[in-house]
Design a protein around this ligand. Structure first.
Ligand code: ADP
Length: 450
């Protein structure tokens, strides 16, 4: 087992990893930028090392400084968290070359699943449902137009190296497709240094359904059921829940098993999320695989009782998964709200600055994963998420009721947060009845602004 883990991240996920490591009796080292000097989570680490100024390009993304910090502190493993370097295959490779365990998949598995075209090929082989579309990256535009006419418009042009919603264009006819391929290629080349694009069927109304999986280095892989993350704004998830409400139990299980089969076929060691869109007829289409722990992993932990970060650490050290598929049972319903320091009434403007008061909610089934507290100054350099409020209950209605109480108790001042928005979304008929799709939040905000 590892002796000391370096955490190449910040905020709530740094704290989450510290907690899991401590439960395993492992020491922790945090790296931090000057903008995070004195931040609360650093108090809980055994050691903290400053690696540069506030902008992440000069600190949390600087591979050589992170490796140097690991070497200086004698860390034998690095947990990358999410974001930053977590899906950077080069970083995973540098860790390996430096004989430091990367708590995540091998650079090879990351590369295979991170490239959308190669991932889709593997998925097809493993029996994971995928969107109809081009098999490979587009070479000839005319050939792509032909495929689009076969599958029918609308289609979406996507970058094979895509991420963060960039390099995507929706096309509703041949002309839009030709223009979309050209502009997506340009955008992808600028953003990812790789201009390859492909097309697939575009779903107008869909729900976001994702399967949590985890594999070990002995060829075992399991799924921990699914999450619904349809409450989104600009592709950023706001509310996530598990299980996905109102989905046919057999279809749900089949998709979850197909996700585990994909991870197994990739000889994948670590936690991965296989993301799908689900249409109104409950057909599933894979979007992509995220090769890291996700922000919303706690809802899965709440229904399964599995500590996902602990499992990540264990399998990275070479241990076998501590459970088999038949051991994993989902109980009750869990919902997570992302608490962002943003003003939902003013275009989600980020709210940096000093938190003067912070009253956390509590009670049965209430979990708060947050690095924030009164006296904490939110820096303006990073994303605005200051915590996650997660509730668990025996069923969805009870979880919603508990969440409403918890959100009402939760008071952060003086800045605006997404708490007020969550309270309104929980009353939204489409949320209450689970008849929502991934655009309902934006429809709601548009109507609200009028
Ligand atoms: P990225 O890696 O850039 O996040 P994804 O493939 O995950 O890209 O897609 C981002 C979002 O774009 C999805 O969550 C979904 O809202 C939308 N999207 C992507 N592909 C499709 C599709 N085929 N049909 C409908 N919406 C899509």
């Amino acid at each position: 087992m590892f002796k000391r883990i370096l955490i190449a991240n910040r905020g709530e996920i740094a704290l989450r990893v510290i907690r899991a490591a401590k439960c395993l009796g492992i020491e922790t080292v945090c790296v931090y930028s000057t903008a995070d000097a004195g931040a609360p989570w650093l108090e809980y680490a055994d050691r903290s090392i400053c690696i540069g100024p506030g902008p992440s390009a000069q600190s949390y993304l600087r591979i050589e400084r992170i490796i140097a910090a690991a070497e200086v502190s004698g860390a034998d493993a690095i947990h990358p968290g999410y974001g930053f370097l977590s899906e950077n295959a080069h970083f995973a490779e540098v860790c390996r070359d430096s004989q430091i365990a990367f708590i995540g998949p091998s650079p090879e598995a990351m590369g295979l699943l991170g490239d959308k075209v190669s991932c889709k090929k593997m998925a097809r082989k493993a029996g994971t449902p995928v969107f109809p579309g081009t098999e490979d990256a587009i070479e000839e535009v005319d050939a792509a137009v032909k495929v689009a006419n076969e599958i029918g418009y609308p289609v979406i042009v996507k970058a094979t190296a895509g991420g963060g919603g960039r390099g995507m264009r929706i096309a509703r006819n041949d002309d839009e497709l030709r223009a979309g391929i050209a502009s997506a290629r340009q955008e992808a080349a600028a953003a990812f240094g790789n201009g390859a694009v492909y097309i697939e069927k575009f779903l107008e109304h869909a729900r976001h359904f994702e399967v949590q999986t985890i594999g070990d280095s002995h060829g075992n892989a399991v799924h921990l059921f699914e999450r619904d993350c349809s409450s989104q704004r600009r592709h950023q998830k706001l509310i996530e829940e598990a299980p996905a409400p109102a989905v046919d139990p057999e279809k749900r299980l089949r998709v979850c098993e197909s996700a585990a089969a994909l991870i197994r076929s990739a000889k994948y060691c670590g936690a991965a999320t296989v993301e799908f869109l689900m249409d109104a007829k409950q057909n599933f289409y894979m979007l992509e695989v995220n090769t890291r722990v996700q922000v919303e992993h706690p809802v899965t932990e709440m229904i399964t009782g599995v500590d996902i970060v602990r499992e990540q650490i264990l399998v990275a050290s070479g241990a076998r998964l501590s459970m088999q598929q038949s051991d994993i049972v989902a109980r009750g319903h869990a919902i997570e709200c992302r608490i962002n320091a943003e003003d939902p009434d003013r275009g989600f403007m980020p709210q940096a600055g000093l938190i003067e008061s912070f009253a956390a909610p509590g009670g049965l089934g209430v979990r708060l994963d947050s690095h924030a507290r009164a006296g904490y100054r939110i820096p303006s350099n990073y994303d605005s998420m200051i915590g996650k409020l997660i509730v668990h209950g025996p069923d969805r209605a009870t979880a919603i009721a508990r969440l409403k109480v918890a959100l009402a108790e939760f008071k952060i001042a003086p800045m605006k947060t997404t708490i007020s928005l969550h309270r309104r979304l929980l009353e939204h008929p489409e949320f209450v009845d689970a008849t929502f799709d991934i655009h309902y939040v934006e429809r709601f905000l548009k109507k609200d602004a009028k």
